[in-house]
Write a protein of this length. Sequence first.
Length: 358
Amino acid sequence: MSAVDRDALSAVLEDAGLSQYQAEAYVTVLEHGSATATDVANDSEVPDPRIYDVLRDLEQQGYVETYQQDSLRVRAFSPERIRSDLRDRATQFESAADEIDRRWEEPSVESHSVNFVKREQTVLDHAEAAIDDAECQVMVAASADQIDHLDRALGAAVDRGVYVMVVVSPTEGCCLRDRIESGGLASSLRVRPDPTPFLTLVDRTITCFAPHDMSLNRFGIIVDAPSHAFIFRWFYTVAIWETATQAFERAHDAVRICVNLGRCVRELRPILADGATVRATVHGANTRTGEAATLTGRITDVTVPGAADTDGTTPTAHGSGPTLEIEVDGDRVAVGDWGAIVEPYEAMRIEIRSIDWP
């Protein structure tokens, strides 16, 4: 056996659970077939004072047999046991390799979380922190008292250029008029007279929810997962936003900002049908890579499947994949709504730069 083969075999035996000296002694015994303890020590790296303990340990594990003949001798048992052990370990390593591949391909668990909490204040605190970190869009439904807690964060987000949608429900003794007229709370604000659950969605990822004050269920949910935010977004849009009354819409100079692609394409469809030229900037993400993307050009077409006979206030009008087509540097690019799969881009914010009539 060459030195390389011997070293490789010793290393494998160590991986199989033998100590360095045990592996060295066992390989030496295999090479000799039968040998004295002294010969095994001389032909291996096992120190003389340790050879007897090493051989005794190997015997207890069933690898060798010692016997007395003038001096202590040792011979190897049938290698079937060691072969079986190595095959079992090979199977374990193969299974571990498969598990590594599976975990590598799965989405990161750490990046998504769902937490249930007992105190509404905890939900409000998380919502405030998320709004402070918002980069693109915030959607809030809250009572006037809850808005008091978020006032600073909402105002700062508006000042940063984040598009903030707020639905507020008055509470006893509060006056919303000054706050609404100041326009400091939101980019678009609506009022809903009925009790409203607390709901905040930030950048299509963070969701903070708590039942309204009259509910018997006292709990809160804090979610960090785009798929859950997508579901809560439908609840917010259909059950809260569309049932509230418009109270304020912030003017953005000459730029019209939309964060709901479905509503945007419904507004643009008759304009494009009349021959107008619409130029826009779409901020969103590449649906294949998830990387942020910005597209600027002329809108050439819009599609709202299944919404031809609706006025935009029914659930049907918000579904079935609205799309927008924008011409960028001579190429026409399809842009889908939140959660787009077929289209190469997902729109998060659309800025209508100009509308030129023929």
